[in-house]
Design a protein around this ligand. Structure first.
Ligand code: FRU
Length: 535
């Protein structure tokens, strides 16, 4: 059974614009960035609800980040595109809402491109237009039981992303996409790229349990190309938020990467992001791996709907990614106010060889180097034996750590605790016998949030999460970024990633290296407190 998101708002919702311009009940001035659980080095909206990152595009020295946003509330509702701009992926300037719901529907997830050759004809003057391609969702249609509620539309900006105009010919990809065909109930989240060899735009679109590809010369006249995935990968929930891009490994091997988020059935429960490695010839994606192979971008519960920036110059060469740091199982009930949800740190994605996964290649995710600008004075630990526990002096709730452990003679689980005087403790461990990384937030603070019947499984799920991790040699490398209410763990240079949120009753003020019931060999470690991006 395909588990799909119902997108129900309650009372019957007309799609007319005025009905969605409800007075803002939350204003930016209510945000102080010092509220309990407020991340200090992660992007959050000043106030109100946020989910997926959208429309990420680099243009003229600026990174644009749009996001699913319900400005009138801290729970999901009629979606807008919130907007922020950064010169460096670290510090963000909040911008006015870029796209409001209209008579066609609310503004669901999608992408944005630089139309350098003016294929769509939106350009005015010398500056190329930025074009956003997004799903419109008709709440009126959902309320009246229709299936054709999702279509794809365009908006463009001729002033470097400052203001946005909707295309008069919306929707550009109707539902059903071919006349006479049956409507497609889940038909959303277009990710568009320019395919150089075939000289056309390609759209990857999530359609129920598969990805469909469409092509267009001008971003407007889309034709069906192919589909992939009904019989491949994980299918615990409806497929959402695809991305398609090439990556080249250090050994010269090139793969096309197809990212696919699934709303249920992630590696440790709830939402998760899988990926396929293969080939894309401009029309068809061919999986290089067996159909039953599942590769996960992140083993934590809190990295969903992530996609990559378009328009990053070839001279930079990075494939830059950001994800929504939450999970549909509990996103709407986490104890934060006046905002809900953060993004992950921006990461670069790399294709690397790894004999422990099917096909021998996987994606490694690494925090972008720009984040180093936030590092304060380093706390360095020399190689030593950790017998039970060692506090890291001077490091509290917002920090980065780079640790290397020697696995020779390692028998007991070892790792890191984040703790506070109230007795809350989050535990990260590597178990050398089981070759497994574990993330334990069962005692991390608030875990039993009030349930809400609209959720599939309204629990923060106080369970221990695991990831298989086969180190490449005798050393285990861990990089961690902790930020008040989250930890991101990049093990073995990003091959195995854990992104997890937690809500301690008071900020963690103790960072402790631990070995459970024995000893561990620390080879070296450095920790840095990180400065707030909001100061
Ligand atoms: C993923 C998602 C998308 C959809 C958006 C709606 O989290 O369900 O498929 O476009 O959120 O907010």
């Amino acid at each position: 059974m395909l588990r799909r998101r119902p997108f129900v708002l309650g009372a019957c919702q007309p799609d007319a614009p005025t009905d969605f311009h409800a007075p803002m009940t939350l204003t930016a001035s209510e945000a102080t960035y010092t509220e309990p659980h407020r991340p200090q080095v992660h992007f959050t909206p000043p106030t109100a609800w946020m989910n997926d990152p959208n429309g990420m595009v680099f243009f003229d020295g600026e990174y644009h980040l749009f996001y699913q946003h319900h400005p009138a509330s801290t729970v999901w509702g009629p979606m807008h595109w919130g907007h922020a701009i950064s010169p460096d992926l670290v510090r963000w300037e909040h911008r006015p809402i870029a796209l409001h719901p209209d008579a066609i529907g609310a503004i669901f997830s999608g992408s944005a491109v630089v139309d350098a050759a003016n294929t769509a004809g939106f350009q005015q003057g010398d500056t190329p237009a930025l074009v956003a391609i997004y799903t419109q969702h008709s709440h009126r249609g959902t309320d009246t039981g229709r299936d054709d509620v999702q279509t794809q539309s365009l908006a463009y900006s001729t002033d470097r992303g400052r203001t946005w105009t909707k295309h008069g010919g919306n929707p550009v990809l109707p539902n059903p996409p071919a006349p006479g065909a049956a409507p497609l109930r889940d038909f959303r989240d277009p990710k568009v790229l320019w395919h150089e060899e075939t000289q056309r735009w390609v759209m990857a679109l999530a359609v129920q349990d598969r990805i469909q590809f469409y092509g267009a010369p001008d971003l407007k006249a889309w034709t069906f190309l192919s589909e992939f995935g009904a019989d491949a990968g994980a299918h615990g929930g409806v497929w959402e938020c695809p991305d398609l891009f090439p990556l080249t490994a250090p050994d010269g091997t090139m793969r096309w990467v197809l990212l696919v988020s699934i709303g249920e059935g992630g590696p440790n429960g709830g939402s998760g992001t899988q990926y396929f490695l293969g080939d894309f010839d401009g029309t068809t994606f061919t999986n290089a791996n067996p159909a039953d192979a599942v590769l996960w971008l992140d083993y934590g519960r809190d990295n969903y709907a992530g996609v990559t920036w378009s328009g990053v110059p070839a001279a930079d060469g990075r494939r830059l990614f950001i994800g929504w740091m939450s999970n549909w199982q509990y996103a709407q009930i986490v104890p934060t106010d006046p905002w809900r949800s953060a993004m992950t740190v921006p990461r670069s994605l790399h294709l690397v060889q790894d004999a422990s996964v099917p096909g021998g290649y996987r994606i490694a995710s690494r925090p972008v180097e720009e984040l180093r600008a936030l590092r304060g004075d380093a706390v360095t630990l020399a190689g030593q034996t950790i017998a039970s526990a060692l506090d890291v002096r001077g490091i509290t709730s917002v920090f980065e750590g780079v640790l290397t452990f020697d696995l020779r003679g390692a028998y007991v689980p070892f790792g890191l605790d984040l703790a506070n005087a109230a007795g809350d403790v989050y535990r990260l461990r590597y178990d050398p016998a089981a070759q497994q990384l574990t993330s334990d937030r069962t005692a991390s603070g608030a875990v039993g949030f009030a349930s809400d019947a609209t959720h599939l499984e309204p629990r923060f799920a106080p369970t221990v999460h695991t990831a298989p991790l086969v180190p490449a040699g005798d050393l285990l490398a861990l990089q961690v970024v902790a930020d008040v209410s989250s930890i991101e763990v990049f093990a073995e240079h990003g091959r195995v990633v854990f992104t997890e949120t937690f809500f301690p009753s008071a900020p963690y003020d103790t960072v402790r290296l631990v070995a459970d019931g024995g000893t561990a060999q620390l080879a070296a470690a450095m920790f840095w407190p990180l400065a707030s991006i909001w100061n």
